[in-house]
Design a binder for this molecule. Structure first.
Ligand code: SF4
Length: 427
């Protein structure tokens, strides 16, 4: 590794960074120390993360053309960090039927999307066969689209409804056409933190079981961490070390997506559960943590995503110089962060993402879900770079929005009997 001048940093921090740059494995305590740096130490952390990124993934920065379909916000759970869900009796609870989901997928395919990301609340209208039928219907309608769907929390819900093991349930989904899973529902993989964030949430052991089962079945997943709520720096670093351990076993994570907590509409914040002294993540906090993710994981999980829906495109662009190499997706229908109070929009066009990547001094590359190159672009935008999605406005009424959807009579959820969850059969 080319020598990086770390002389301005304190000896302790310089030693940790040198270890990371030399290909060493930083333990959780080291990660936590880096995640609390300021001043010259923080500058060194960012520079080291940028250097590791350049060494491990090069200078291209990527994005994926995709569409989110969050087909219902009705949920039988009430996670305290979640502003998206509604109880089924709420006037704002919606449910998109299979025909509407398929229509959205076909529309995405016609606009050049290579992926649909399907995740939703745990609606009482879902039964043990819903996820499988939906997967088959989407695959039948758009076989060329990669189906990236169903969080571990949804897999647990579906398996319990169907009365089968997580592995058997995932095998059914894979055979129906599922291509990969989002590694969401992770937040912080520590049950003491999870119990405070969302009692009854999929446990750390269940999350790991589902992820390992998916990887074992040949279904890759992303990995995520939600930061900036009530966790500590050590909680975050332990979570990263745990993901690294899983990756060394399975090799099934495609990327890591740090998710900066959007607090404005979250029940945790609204009910004062974060405490009077709560301070949302600052720009420095966000930049520092993405750099730490690169420093702890670069050898094992090569791709670190900057999430424009969480932090906005200008800060996401800056994160490309702090260890990140990916800007995520076009999304078209962003709902989760929008419902929580983020004001960064529903859609980023491919051209906007290319512009951001070039502004960071990097070469834009369109990727697929597995990070295979779809298209490469030069330093200057050309007319032939344009794709169908570049021609649409982020406010195009064709796509609707979360705020419109929750008021549409046609998709009102309505009340149904609560589902009966079977006891899961033994693995
Ligand atoms: S995070 Fe998921 S499971 Fe929890 S309340 Fe929100 S939609 Fe429901």
């Amino acid at each position: 590794m080319t020598a990086l001048d770390l002389s301005a940093a304190s000896p302790e921090i310089a030693a940790l960074l040198a270890e990371a740059l030399d290909g060493g494995t930083l333990d959780a305590e080291a990660g936590a120390a880096l995640d609390q740096t300021t001043g010259a130490d923080l500058d060194a952390v960012i520079a080291a993360a940028d250097a590791l990124r350049a060494r491990d993934v090069g200078d291209a920065a990527t994005y994926v053309v995709n569409r989110n379909v969050n087909f219902t916000n009705a949920c039988v759970k009430a996670c305290k960090f979640c502003a998206f869900s509604r109880v089924q009796r709420s006037d704002e609870a919606y449910f998109l039927d299979e025909a509407e989901i398929v229509r959205r997928v076909e529309e995405a395919a016609s606009l050049g999307a290579t992926e649909v990301c399907i995740q939703a609340g745990l609606s009482p209208r879902i039964d043990g066969g819903t996820y499988e039928r939906l997967t088959r219907a989407v695959k039948r309608a758009a076989p060329e689209i990669h189906i990236h769907a169903f969080s571990p929390e949804e897999v647990k819900f579906g398996a319990e409804l169907a009365g089968v093991t997580f592995r058997d349930f995932l095998a059914r989904l894979r055979d129906a056409g599922l291509d990969s899973l989002p590694g969401t529902s992770a937040e912080i993989l520590d049950d003491a933190v999870r119990d405070r964030l969302a009692p009854g949430r999929v446990t750390t052991a269940e999350w790991l079981e589902i992820i390992r089962a998916a990887h074992g079945l040949g279904l890759p997943t992303t990995s995520t961490i939600m930061f900036g709520h009530l966790e500590t720096a050590l909680d975050r670093a332990r979570h990263l070390a745990l993901l690294r351990r899983v990756q060394r076993e399975t090799g099934g994570f495609t990327e890591i997506v740090p998710l900066s907590f959007v607090h404005e509409e979250a029940p945790l914040f609204a009910r004062g559960l974060l405490g009077d002294g709560y301070r949302p993540p600052s720009v420095d906090d966000v930049v520092r943590f993405h750099a730490v993710v690169r420093l702890m994981l670069s050898r094992d999980i090569k791709h670190v995503q900057a999430s424009w829906v969480k932090v906005g495109l200008p800060l996401a662009t800056r994160l490309l110089s702090a260890g990140c190499d990916d800007l995520g997706g076009t999304l078209i229908n962003e709902s989760i962060s929008t419902s929580a109070g983020a004001g960064h929009g529903q859609l980023a066009t491919p051209r906007e993402l290319r512009r951001a990547i070039r502004a960071a001094g990097r070469a834009p590359r369109q990727r697929d879900t597995r990070y295979r190159t779809v298209r490469e672009f030069d330093a200057v935008e050309r007319a032939e770079d344009a794709s169908p999605l570049d021609a649409v406005s982020p406010d195009d009424p064709r796509f609707g929005s979360f705020h419109a959807l929750i008021h549409e009579e046609a998709h009102r959820h309505g009340r149904v009997a609560l589902p009966k969850l079977a006891r899961r059969s033994a693995d």
